[in-house]
Write a protein that binds this ligand. Structure first.
Ligand code: NAI
Ligand code: ENO
Length: 365
């Protein structure tokens, strides 16, 4: 018998899940998005097998419903869903970055006899929209599920059976713990990234040249500030309490830094950075949202074809790269080529390869 999966919200996350679910046997993936243009793109890019123009059309034939909508839109749909003509055994899940309020709604659904199992794939990017969707987005990333305490285990397994086609590592966590942990490693860093960009923006009014100097480090630490503001507005609103606590801790931490600076003690300053380096270097390697990239900076001269020359050398030695960009570091040089690798070993091999075949200056970060 064919299993019908219905994905609501066909952007980066919903679209990627829909593509992964198409790999499950005997499965047909239907999709709906509030934007007609997205629906048309999703169909033409084969993100889904079929699109529906009315949400109810998909909901009534679905065995599994997956929300890929911004978290406040998900809450609104979950309220309406109570009155939809659903199949008796339907499983409803979501992909939202917050879980507390969504699981409270999930509990109400359970009381109406509808199974809701919260979900959150810990992978993504600052890009959004259906065109950025890809079936391997979640490969090796953690995929958190937040089933209610008394949830039917068979239903959880049924959902896991489908989600295994994302190639993610499925873990189960409590919704409150989820919101605390994601505040620390995802939501609060987002606020910090945005605040650094605001600080630069204020600065550039007095010193317009500052933005020209915003090279590798600043770009790395603020990449997520380029994410979809609408999506992040909802996340921050739903996880407000945790974020206010994180902000208090951050202010204490900044006070500590200020006192270290006021003390003018070189050992304390060095120790502050040394401990941070140790903790950062020891972070486990994961992909997806918390991926570690191993970057190599190559000071390239200004002549045509220089980038393909470098990447060509790496390809000849079968060294895979995950990303490539040029940052303009100084006025007198063409730029720094930043090449990212998935592992430290790949970066080491690349460093050897490029230094053997060119005289470009190289440094790792
Ligand atoms: N972007 C990321 O890296 C990650 C995002 N998430 C979560 O996944 C969800 C989706 O995020 P993205 O795919 O990045 O956003 P997106 O902006 O790429 O896609 C959201 C889609 O939902 C549609 N949409 C908006 N309101 C709707 C409504 N009321 N009904 C139907 N469709 C609606 C939009 O038209 C859009 O196509 C969010 O809840 C987010 O918190 C989870 C993990 C990672
Ligand atoms: O771009 C990145 O590194 C991200 O952090 C993406 C992301 C955004 C929201 C999530 O809930 C999970 C992952």
């Amino acid at each position: 018998m064919t299993q019908n999966v219905f994905v609501i919200g066909l952007g980066l996350i919903g679209g990627s899940i829909a593509m992964a679910c198409q790999k499950a046997p005997h499965t047909k993936v239907y999709g709906y998005d509030v934007s007609q243009q997205t629906r048309e793109l999703a169909k033409s890019l084969h993100v889904v097998n079929e699109v529906v123009d009315e949400i109810i059309e998909g909901a009534k034939i679905a065995d599994i419903i997956i929300f890929g909508t911004p978290v406040n839109a998900t809450l609104e749909w979950l309220e309406e869903l109570k009155d939809w003509p659903l199949k008796e055994n339907v499983i409803v899940t979501d992909t939202g970055s917050t879980k507390g309020l969504i699981m409270a709604k999930g509990k109400e659904l359970q009381e109406c006899g509808i199974t809701f199992i919260g979900g959150h794939p810990m992978a993504g990017s600052h890009k959004s929209g259906v065109k950025a969707a890809k079936p391997h987005l979640f490969e090796n990333a953690y995929y958190m599920l937040t089933p209610l305490k008394n949830e039917n285990e068979e239903k959880v397994q049924e959902l896991e059976q489908l989600l295994k086609y994302t190639l993610a590592k499925i873990v189960k966590v409590d919704a409150q713990e989820h919101d605390h942990m994601t505040a620390v490693v995802s939501h609060f860093p987002h606020i910090v990234a945005a605040s650094l960009v605001h600080q630069l923006d204020a600065e550039q009014r007095h010193y317009p040249m500052t933005t020209l100097l915003a090279a590798g480090g600043f770009r790395d630490i603020t990449r997520i500030a380029s994410s979809n503001p609408y999506m992040w507005r909802d996340i921050v609103l739903q996880n407000r309490q945790e974020l206010i606590s994180q902000l208090d801790l951050w202010l204490d931490e900044m006070d500590r830094v200020k006192n270290i600076l006021l003390s003018n003690e070189q050992d304390s300053i060095e120790e502050y950075f040394a401990i941070a380096k140790q903790v950062r270097d020891d972070l486990p390697i994961t992909t997806g949202a918390f991926y570690t990239t191993y970057d190599l900076y190559v000071d390239i001269p200004d002549y045509p074809g220089v980038i393909s020359e470098v990447t060509g050398y790496l390809a000849e030695e079968h060294i895979s790269i995950t990303n490539l960009r040029v940052v303009e570091a100084r006025e007198d040089i063409f730029g720094i080529l930043v090449i990212s690798f998935q592992t430290a070993e790949d970066r080491e091999k690349a460093e050897k390869c490029i230094s053997k075949r060119t005289n470009f200056e190289i440094f790792a970060s």
